[in-house]
Design a protein around this ligand. Sequence first.
Ligand code: SAH
Length: 374
Amino acid sequence: MTAVNPETEFAPMARPSPHQARPELRDLTLAELEAAVNQCGERSFRARQIMAWLWKRGADSFAAMHDLPAALRATLAARFTIGTPEVAYAARATDGTRKLLLALADGERIESVIIPAGDRVTLCVSSQAGCAMGCEFCATARMGLRRNLGAGEILGQIVAARRYLDPGETLTNYVFMGMGEPLANYSRLGPALAAMTAAWGMGVSPRRITVSTVGLVPAMERLLADFEVNLAVSLHATTDAVRDRIAPINRRFPLAELIGACARLPLKRRRRITFEYVMLAGVNDGDDDARRLVRMLAPIRAKVNLIMFNPFAGASFAPSSRARVEGFQAILHQGNLTATIRESRGRDIAAACGQLYAERAEAGAATNSGSARA
Ligand code: SAH
């Protein structure tokens, strides 16, 4: 496969359909919304009022924004739509994990996963429909890239997920580990992160947000210059030969370049970069890999997240045994490298990493029966 050029956002956006001829209000930045309300002859503070309705109070119509002047509401309603991804299907795993299959305005489908753990409730967010990165062990890669999500569609997943929380539950953490490569869609990820973290938006602390990337070096640097979010890098290999094969973007940003860039990233005090490492039996899980990983990450404030591989139909890998994963972890620990093992969540509803695509066709069939909260 040819390596993709991550700096070119070649993916088309949603095709405008007759019912979506007006631009999406949720895509607007604060400055754009201020300009829009000014054009309606209103003062700029109205934009913050509208943002509060969208992101704090979960409004999805202009009619709901009852403290706005009626004339402003009418003019905006004529110019913009407010869409919230529709939950086409929802499934709940025995461990409380909830997978939401969301239908976008043009019919594309993406998934978001609510993951409760202790006093945290994490939302796993998608950044693209499909993905162009072509990682061999990832089911989403099989879809190819369908299209980029707009900022409003990224944020809309949060709005939709809030409606699937249990009583008393609130979302506390956000991980961009759903479908897609967030840094290949930075021009929409950036505005979405701005609305998530700003006081006028959701007011989420950037410390509670993790952006996971396959390693698009220039965008990684830009992300950390723009936002104080956590960075997770999907590493998965300790040699270029193996990484070229399982994560083809490595041909464009080989290990030395990726690791060098990570070492130079300006990290806040006490922050570390997480390196994700999917354990593939006989491919990347040897003792020599573990020792190379220790050496490779020595110059970096790093922690490692060892991920159990979730097989899917047609996958050409097998998961490493639990004993192998623990043996690998022990070598990292001996090398003073913090390493945790990521337990798979939501396995019984195929919500675990890499499984978000596998059931897509099946879930499509379930759409007609409406939301099913299993
Ligand atoms: N494109 C981004 C984010 C999406 S993937 C990235 O590459 O980081 C989120 C995490 O799930 C990545 O670490 C990815 O490598 C991992 N993953 C993908 N498929 C998997 C599978 N079948 N089993 C376990 N983890 C998988």
